[in-house]
Design a protein around this ligand. Sequence first.
Ligand code: URA
Length: 217
Amino acid sequence: MSVGRPGAPGGPRVRLVPGALEVALAARRCTTWPELAAAVRECTACAELAATRRQVVVGDAPAGARLALVGEAPGAEEDAAGRPFVGRAGKLLDELLAAAGLDRDEVAVLNVLRCRPPANRTPRPDEVARCRGWLERSLELVRPDLVVALGLTAAATLLGRGTKLADSRGRVHEVDGRRVLVSYHPSAAIRFGPAGQPRSALAVDLRLAATLLGEHR
Ligand code: URA
């Protein structure tokens, strides 16, 4: 396997924090989802997260998934279950996916971080930089037609720092040969309530995703 320089075309996109390159190289060695899942489960690149997590939440990658959702990081329920979006935010996500005509069982569900940050704090930039290698490789292996970033952490990770949710919604971004939509995180939709803007925006954005997938057949 050849690996380019970090930042070079074809090379791993690695922000130079200790451990990030090692993760990116380990991720690149994985050629199948089960290999990647096994490698992620062994990851101890972020000492605090490795010490405090109950489980690594690798993500769901059903065969042939055409849509990938990227959230922020596992919460307490995901940490206990070992699966992404199984708590309250996950229930709402399932509901809004179904309303958009999308079947969660056919959707890849990933997170920027694979370990729960203690007390659900926001992921730190160095953690995002280290875990990025797993995310990039996950997307390369799943090869979805469309990615939806849920919330600012995912949007900024995929589109770059300085991304603003409100400005980035409603259009397709082409990033590294990938089509990316941006939306609110289901937790924001819960926080602002059923009549709040994040919930209606997330519903609209998932319908847009379904439409784009229909057009892309
Ligand atoms: N929030 C996330 O961002 N991801 C999960 O898996 C659960 C809650």
